[in-house]
Design a protein around this ligand. Sequence first.
Ligand SMILES: *[C@@H]1O[C@H](CO)[C@@H](O)[C@H](O)[C@H]1NC(C)=O
Length: 209
Amino acid sequence: MIFPIFFAFVLLLSTSHAAVQDFCVADYKAPEGPAGYSCKQPARVTVDDFVFSGLGVAGNTTNIIKAAVTPAFAAQFPGVNGLGISLARLDLAPGGVIPFHTHPGASEVLVLVQGTLVAGFISSDNTVYLKTLKKGDVMIFPQGLLHFQVNAGGSSALAFVSFSSPSPGLQILDFALFKNNLPTSLIAATTFLDVAQIKKLKGVLGGTN
Ligand SMILES: *[C@@H]1O[C@H](CO)[C@@H](O)[C@H](O)[C@H]1NC(C)=O
């Protein structure tokens, strides 16, 4: 019995000398890799690297979706780099929509601070999970699944979302289909949508071909 205890003690002593890295504040001098940004030298890190003030300001909702996403991801907020977390602010004017999108790299939790939202996601077996959220409600959107939020009230809505990754990624379905140069014929063939509808959406979103 004594020997295993001694062995565990030695192990404890040896690991206690290993370097502990408390954080890895993003160093923006090099591009982001799969594991995030490289770490700023700890001596150059200040408290401001861990504070982000941008979420106190409403996003500009004068746009086609009448909504704005203000991210505090690793690219904007150096302190979250390497910590597996990030957040964003959602503003939706009356009639505003955060269109169908996915975050390939993170699950999301939303807390509705003001207004009313209809929010939903579609699971990979195509089940619909749909809910009208009121102030104070929280909803989860599992990693990688298509989801959306729609302002269902007559006033503006405000929500904060947090993510299980410092770089959750954001892919908007309609932008992927209609905001690039993927040929209309191929979009029609792969989505079964009418060519006229595809051309109309490309016109609105800036797609070509
Ligand atoms: C919001 O965006 C619109 C459209 O880009 C622009 O015309 C307007 O000046 C912006 N408003 C503010 C307060 O920045």
